[in-house]
Design a protein around this ligand. Structure first.
Ligand code: SF4
Ligand code: SF4
Length: 428
């Protein structure tokens, strides 16, 4: 395995890909467009948003309290499970097909190439400065738009828009927009693929979990004699890699552009391409020869174990979203107590947290103090919200002076919490 990062930097200007026609390029671009649309729509439609000002977490178009740590924990665990499964089974497929950094680099390089073509220019030719100026402006506009969307993941979209137009009026969302835009502009103008090879930890981390059964783009060395040496696979590689030098090279992002290149070049001669996605390096791993389980990457027990964490975490998240979420409550004495001709009363502060997706009505009752009642007898809690309110326990007027240990039962159907408290009856 060879580290080609230095070569990538040197060859970066030449890595602008030609127009490609292939089997994988179209689906890859379509996938990037779909993910881009999702990136914009998710915060705008409350599909995914953590509103830091309203202490509200939106997930899957459900509104929850940001302090619903149980749900946040399982959503985070689900994201980790999906990431680990994709990395373990499919190697760097994420990098080439779904990573926002690759999409941003593809966009920047594609825009630069199209502008050069439209203005019929290249380095040293007339209108080259104009082309690069327009390119910079296009990148800045895209970075600003992306900064707006990113800020909408943390603030209400209306607040973000108002702050972007008048930053002094609301500095927090404005800073989020303009700092994000500045970072993205630098990234798309200068970093691009260098980020993947020099900054991103995903590639090195993947090296610790990938093995001979991980999906990767491979040059079919067993058919090496059929290569016509056209170098098209190298020219079209956005990372400036020669895949013929070996599988699993550090800079390879499994985009599959070289697969298309060779397929097109050799296809004109009636020969199948020499580069393909394969599980491992064994020559007999052609996709057409694999079972469905193997095609899905489930080669061994370790992969099954990692893969099964996804439905497990997803099940818990769905249960938390659509099922009966947990109920918790706590009770503290407020110190208020009185004996009147009608009754003896003690005051408490009750806190209830409902994990239910609907409004809950919680019934309150007293156990252990004969004839006692609670005021109010029921409490309403908003979906996935908490509420703290004062309650009063009334005991009959004839209750003897002294301390009594009682239980306050907070119930929602069969779901219930028993809270113990001390009831103090003062002397008449
Ligand atoms: S070697 Fe092929 S799969 Fe790897 S980055 Fe280059 S074009 Fe993409
Ligand atoms: S595109 Fe195919 S035929 Fe051309 S150099 Fe690459 S591997 Fe060889």
């Amino acid at each position: 395995m060879q580290d080609l990062s230095d070569r990538i930097i040197q060859t970066a200007p030449k890595s602008v890909p030609r127009r490609r026609v292939g089997r994988l390029h179209g689906p890859r671009r379509l996938g990037q467009v779909v993910l881009g649309v999702l990136f914009v729509l998710l915060p705008l439609t409350n599909g995914l948003r953590l509103d830091v000002r309203r202490d509200t977490f939106y997930f899957a178009w459900h509104k929850t309290a940001a302090h619903d740590l149980f749900l946040l924990f399982w959503v985070s665990l689900l994201a980790v499970a999906v990431g680990l499964t994709v990395a373990f089974l499919y190697g760097r497929l994420w990098c080439g097909w779904a990573c926002p950094q690759t999409a941003a680099s593809d966009f920047a390089e594609s825009l630069r190439k199209r502008l050069d073509q439209a203005l019929k220019t290249r380095p040293g030719k007339p209108r080259f400065r104009l082309s690069r100026t327009l390119w910079g402006l296009g990148i800045a506009a895209m970075a600003w738009s992306s900064g707006l969307v990113l800020a909408c993941y943390w603030f209400a979209p209306a607040e973000v828009w108002a702050a972007a137009l008048a930053p002094a009026s609301d500095p927090a969302p404005a800073l989020t927009v303009y700092l994000s835009a500045a970072v993205l502009t630098v990234d798309m103008l200068w970093l691009r693929r260098r980020f993947c090879t020099h900054v991103c930890p995903y590639g090195p981390l993947l090296g610790t979990v990938a093995d001979q059964n991980t999906l990767a783009v491979r040059y079919l060395t067993e058919r090496g004699g059929e290569c016509i040496g056209c170098h098209q696979c190298e020219v079209d590689c956005p990372m400036g890699i020669d895949i013929k030098e070996g599988v699993g090279q550090h800079g390879c992002i499994s985009c599959g552009e070289c697969v298309d290149s060779c397929h097109v070049v050799l296809g004109r001669r009636g020969t199948p391409g020499l580069i393909a996605f394969r599980y491992g390096t064994a020559p007999d791993r052609a996709m057409s020869a694999l079972t469905l389980r193997q095609k899905l990457g489930l080669w061994d027990a370790r992969r099954w174990a990692v893969f099964l964490t996804v439905p497990l975490c997803l099940g818990v998240v769905l249960w938390l979203l659509f099922g009966h979420g947990p109920l918790s409550a706590s009770l503290t004495a407020s110190g208020a107590m009185a004996r009147t001709p009608a009754d003896v009363r003690n005051g408490y502060l009750l806190t209830v947290v409902s994990g239910q997706p609907q409004v809950s009505t919680l019934a309150l009752s007293v156990i252990g103090l004969p004839g006692a009642t609670v005021e109010p007898p029921a409490v309403r809690v908003q979906p996935r919200d908490s509420r703290t309110l004062p309650i009063v326990i009334h005991a009959p007027a004839g209750t003897p002076p002294g301390r009594t240990r009682l239980t306050l039962r907070v119930s929602r159907g069969t779901d219930a919490q028993n809270l113990t408290a001390i009831f103090y009856a003062p002397r008449p």
